[in-house]
Design a protein around this ligand. Structure first.
Ligand code: SF4
Ligand code: SF4
Length: 367
């Protein structure tokens, strides 16, 4: 049973005309690549959702406030590596919900699977964000698949968009400039993403910074580059009209909120264990573990959790507020009007028309 807050049910339309409700669903943890710069730890890149979980999540997504269309942006791990992706997840989204569908993929799936995805989603397909991981694939075969994919999209989903994104890995920037030119010569959008590390942006060597700026063309526009800026203090509707969802149905206000909550829980757990001396720690190890487990739920929920869509505890927040974080690593909240960047306020007050709307094609550096 989905626990949507009654207050949210009453306020069923976004407060800003240019706010596009969005869910980022990590449909599975498993990935067939192992990029050295992946923001997901190797041990977290595991897992496949089973039928029960998938169906419960689809039911939850179908129950979101329906006065406007949501965009469900699927990622992983690698979404196409999830066993049920093309069998159950995508068909279920299309048949059981009214939502638009986007995907963030490493684009390694066979051309046949990519084509099937486009045909399954049809005119519900919004954005395909294809991540070019030069550690695993050469540009030529990647672009070959992109051309085939473009042909199918033109036939089946002509209003959908496509962007090639690539992480700006230190030491590879000169090569990326060539790749950027190659992609653009083929008519594809190229979206560079600064590399994240330890909760911040990588500090590029002074001699590489001019190349990085050439690649980013000096832009700070989140529709063109991902610099993982800070929006601390700006009004944000994360948790109200935007949230992230993992393969187990756990929902969080945003990516940073989830990371912050988990880090906080870990440090609380460490502090609690540190209070115990050696013998006591051994004696009460299981008790401590149990306490930590219950602490997990309470502390994480306080900070950022929206509950779980599978076990029926999911609930959206009732209102947005100032962003409390010093980094917003993903451009989705900025480009969907979730965080209110300066200049957006002018459009406050009117309602979002349902149906297809222009959404910037920018994504996070994995998938
Ligand atoms: S601005 Fe970004 S980091 Fe801050 S609350 Fe919103 S989504 Fe999260
Ligand atoms: S960056 Fe993306 S493709 Fe690479 S390992 Fe991580 S999830 Fe997989």
């Amino acid at each position: 049973m989905l626990g949507l807050d009654p207050e949210v049910m009453r306020a069923a339309t976004p407060p800003f005309a240019d706010l596009f409700p969005t869910v980022e669903w990590q449909v599975g943890g498993h990935c067939n690549y192992d990029c050295s710069y992946c923001i997901q730890s190797k041990k977290s890149r595991v897992g496949q959702p089973d039928e029960v979980r998938v169906d419960a999540i689809l039911a939850g997504l179908a129950s979101l406030p329906a006065s406007v269309r949501w965009e469900v942006k699927m990622s992983g791990g690698e979404p196409f590596a999830a066993r049920l992706f093309l069998e159950r997840i995508v068909p279920g989204l299309v048949e059981r919900t009214p939502h638009l569908v986007s995907v963030l993929t490493n684009f390694s799936a066979p051309a046949k699977s990519l084509e099937r995805f486009v045909r399954l989603t049809g005119d519900r397909l919004r954005i395909t964000s294809a991540s070019l991981h030069l550690e695993s694939v050469e540009p030529a075969p990647f672009l070959e698949r992109a051309r085939l994919y473009r042909d199918v999209r033109r036939e089946v989903a002509p209003k959908s968009s496509f962007v090639i994104n690539s992480v700006v890995v230190p030491g590879t920037v000169a090569r990326l400039l060539d790749v950027q030119a190659e992609c653009e010569a083929e008519g594809f959008r190229f979206f560079p993403q600064l590399m994240k590390m330890n909760g911040g942006v990588f500090d590029y060597a002074p001699d590489e910074r001019p190349l990085v700026e050439r690649l980013l063309r000096g832009s700070v526009d989140p529709r063109e580059v991902n610099r993982a800026p800070s929006y601390e203090g700006l009004h944000c509707e994360a948790g109200v009209w935007y949230f992230t969802l993992d393969q187990d149905g756990e929902a969080w206000s945003c990516r940073t909120a989830k990371r912050f909550a988990k880090a906080r829980v870990a440090s609380l757990a460490k502090a609690r264990v540190a209070c115990l001396d050696g013998a006591a720690a051994r004696d009460v190890a299981s008790l401590a573990k149990a306490r930590v487990a219950s602490l997990d739920g309470a502390a994480a929920r306080d900070v950022a959790s929206l509950g779980n869509m599978v076990d029926g505890t999911f609930a959206l927040k009732t209102r947005g507020g100032p962003c409390p974080f010093s980094i917003c690593p993903c451009t989705v909240p900025a480009n969907r009007g979730i965080v209110r960047l300066p200049g957006r306020e002018a459009s406050a007050g009117s309602l979002t028309p349902p149906g297809l709307v222009r959404i910037a094609t920018t994504e996070v550096p994995h998938g």
